[in-house]
Design a protein around this ligand. Sequence first.
Ligand SMILES: Cc1cc2nc3c(=O)[nH]c(=O)nc-3n(C[C@H](O)[C@H](O)[C@H](O)COP(=O)(O)OP(=O)(O)OC[C@H]3O[C@@H](n4cnc5c(N)ncnc54)[C@H](O)[C@@H]3O)c2cc1C
Length: 480
Amino acid sequence: MPSNQKTLAVLGAGISGLSAAYRLHKLCPDATLHVWDQQERTGGVLTTLYQNGYQIEQSADNFITTVPHLVSLCRELGIAEELVSTTPRFRRTYVVRKKHLYLLPDGFLMMAPSKMYPLAITPVLSPLGKLRAALEYFLPPSRSDDDETMKSFVTRRLGREVFERLVEPLVSGVYAADMNKLSLMATLPRFREMERQHGSLIRAMRRQMRVNKQTKSQSQESGARYSMFVTLRGGLSRVTDTLAANLPDHSVQLNKRAEKLELFTDESGGVKWRITDQNGFAESYDAVISALPSYEAARLLLPTYQRLGELLSGIEHSGTAIVTLAFDASQVKKRLCGMGFVVPKIENSPILAGSFSSMKYEHRAPAGKQLIRIFAGGARSPEMADMPDKQLLSLIKQELRPLLNIDGEPELEVVAHWQRTMPQYHLGHLERIREVNAITAKISNLALAGNFLDGVGIPVCSLSGQNAAEKIAERIRSCF
Ligand SMILES: Cc1cc2nc3c(=O)[nH]c(=O)nc-3n(C[C@H](O)[C@H](O)[C@H](O)COP(=O)(O)OP(=O)(O)OC[C@H]3O[C@@H](n4cnc5c(N)ncnc54)[C@H](O)[C@@H]3O)c2cc1C
């Protein structure tokens, strides 16, 4: 290797790490690049499985396009023609109330209603709960600039019932978090902005609807903004597989766990990183991007940068289990017209949320079949992320059977456990990340990427990888 050739390492081959490596290779094509991952495959949590004609997403199953980065990246990778939107006629969500499914009021998106009539007639809220929600229109905005928990914000604006029966299950289904701790400003700051700008969430949502000139089907959406979500026809693993395929030969090093990370000075006086794997084999690098979960980055960095390690190790994570079940459509007797359902904590169910996977994206199941994905665990019931498959399946099927009026057993059952995969953006997270960024900005040969920084969604993770690559490429050009 020529002595001036730079050696760069990316730790972690999930969407964050592979996006970092892809960009780094574009920006520094002459550098030697290694991507380390402890698993035997790339993709991190993103895993698309094919079984008996079904396409099963084991973790993330689609992504939002309001952060345009990932769609642009798909274009750059030549896979944009595979992007598919959610099935328009099913863009609604159910919520469970006393063991029955009800459609969420049309236009109720994550935290606020855009239409009052559907809210007024929903059987999910009591007359008092509806009255309290309608009062939101007249409530003055908070004068405080302080962050607050999701629970505090929603109960302050829309009342306890809307929080418990609508918002808590919707937000839990995405963040698998404890609403008593989840930071509004670190997760859904646009709702605080709506309050600030328009004085009321209802007023802001209605104005947005008028300005955006929504189609009839868009104005009927409920739960998430489904028209803004896409996936890839070949599954989300297509993105990580294609990123990996665009890296130089032999750069991705699998079954290689970073056990130790140390700074040292080489013979020419250059400061480098030495990374040691699980077999005691060490390699040295001019710069490192960590795209590991924050607790792993913390473990590796603590001996060298104590404060950084402490900040990273303070980020809690929750785990989830995903149970995928396939049925013949004739076995599911309940007539469904939505993308899935969410379950409020007050229902005391083992299920956090469910997704009608093959209604959301029709290519995921053979004709006449129904693919259903169930989320369990999260901060609400952490024990479920580790529950043995047999026990978990029995519990979930028992709960699902009366809810969807299911006849008989599924023809396919797949379980995925995701321990410590969802960083919890608790109150104080933004300050913590600000300090993390301030420390890493001063370290020229280190950058961080991952889902603990700016958001858990895959477009934001990918962007964090790209930003980390740009920082390192710039430092290589100017400092080394
Ligand atoms: C069940 C579930 C459902 C989700 N649904 C959605 C969704 O629908 N839409 C969406 O946008 N987002 C969703 N998310 C979030 C999103 O998928 C993740 O935030 C994102 O994929 C994380 O990517 P990452 O590369 O940062 O981390 P990871 O994918 O966790 O990758 C980190 C990598 O680091 C490796 N590693 C760890 N320690 C070491 C070590 N010491 N040495 C070497 N390698 C190591 C791991 O093996 C792993 O491959 C979901 C997440 C989960 C868990």
